[in-house]
Design a protein around this ligand. Structure first.
Ligand code: PMP
Length: 302
């Protein structure tokens, strides 16, 4: 048995994952310590959620996630040899083999040993899953503006979900927690609001919703879902370049992502938002989102 297992809360000796064409025990899988992804962060991944719905276990927007995995690979020149529909099927099988209904799923495309700074010769995929509650919890967040900005769009492909980008996220989230906050919001390199370390940002002012435009953010699948829900709920939504001051003067705000789902923000730099969360558009969208992922009928009539 892997001696590091005690340190790994994401699997146990029975956990099955998919790795390069076969299902195998997580503990029996060995990865190459010379891999390019481990050394340089040159790999891509996804975060997906499965829900135990009235219609059985359903993976929310599974195809969209694998399409993004493919696009992320293409954007940074990692060859993607997999069929998206097959990956969707395999993911359901990983859940079945582990008896998971509500679960978080993590596909990772990683590269073979290559110490030079060039494209890899061999690429692998693994898909694992574990049971995981809402990433940022379910109580309202107290957030701070990070001293770290998001990577500049001319320094990397910000729209790709690249492993190495998460150094920036880890630095920002750690800094926020060390300062006594729950989460950070990062600005772009021009000082406009960008996103959370692992989530997108929305804020409300005078009954309208605002969110940073694409270009400096990961365009989230949850963010796209919020757009769809706003349409259905007749909520006016604007995308643009907004300042920390705009957020400071907002009536309410929330972060959203597959792992975090929709989670309300209580305060920015310890200053509370005007509205009680229960009366915000965010709360309305949170309920609609929950209903949608749970495949409840009349998902948006709340
Ligand atoms: N921004 C960043 C930096 C993220 O890591 C995530 C999580 N994938 C998101 C936004 C939200 O994306 P999604 O809704 O697709 O999970």
């Amino acid at each position: 048995m892997n001696s590091n297992l005690a340190l790994n809360p994401y699997c146990n000796k029975n956990t099955i994952l998919f790795s390069n064409g076969e299902y195998c025990k997580a503990t029996e899988k060995v990865i190459d310590l010379y891999g390019q992804t481990l050394h340089y962060g040159y790999g891509v991944f996804e975060g997906i959620r499965a829900y135990k719905t009235e219609n059985g276990t359903k993976i929310f927007k599974v195809k969209e996630h694998y399409e993004r995995l493919k696009r992320s690979c293409e954007l940074i020149n990692i060859s993607f040899q997999y069929n998206v529909d097959e990956l969707c099927e395999i993911t359901y099988e990983v859940l079945r083999k582990n008896n998971f209904q509500d679960a978080y799923i993590r596909p990772l495309v990683y590269c073979s040993p290559n110490m030079s700074l060039t494209k890899p010769t061999q690429v692998s995929i693994m898909i694992c899953a574990w049971e995981w509650g809402a990433y940022l919890g379910d109580t309202l967040l107290n957030i701070t503006i990070s001293s770290f900005c998001r990577p500049h769009p001319r320094s990397t492909k910000v729209e790709a979900k690249v492993c190495g980008h998460y150094i920036n996220s880890i630095l920002a989230a750690t800094e926020a927690k060390e300062k006594g906050f729950d989460e950070a919001v990062l600005l772009d390199s021009d000082g406009f609001l960008a996103e959370g370390p692992g989530s997108n940002l929305f804020f409300e002012k005078d009954g309208k919703l605002f969110t940073p435009k694409t270009g400096n953010i990961l365009p989230g699948i949850t963010r796209a879902t919020v757009f769809e829900l706003c349409k259905e709920l007749n909520i006016e939504l604007f995308e643009g370049s907004y300042t920390p001051n705009d957020l400071q003067n907002a009536d309410g705000a929330f972060l959203c992502g597959t792992a975090a789902e929709i989670i309300g923000i209580n305060s920015l730099e310890k200053k509370n938002f005007n509205l009680n969360w229960e009366n915000t558009l965010g709360k309305k969208l949170q309920t609609a989102y929950k209903n949608l992922v749970m495949e409840k009928q009349f998902a948006i009539q709340n």
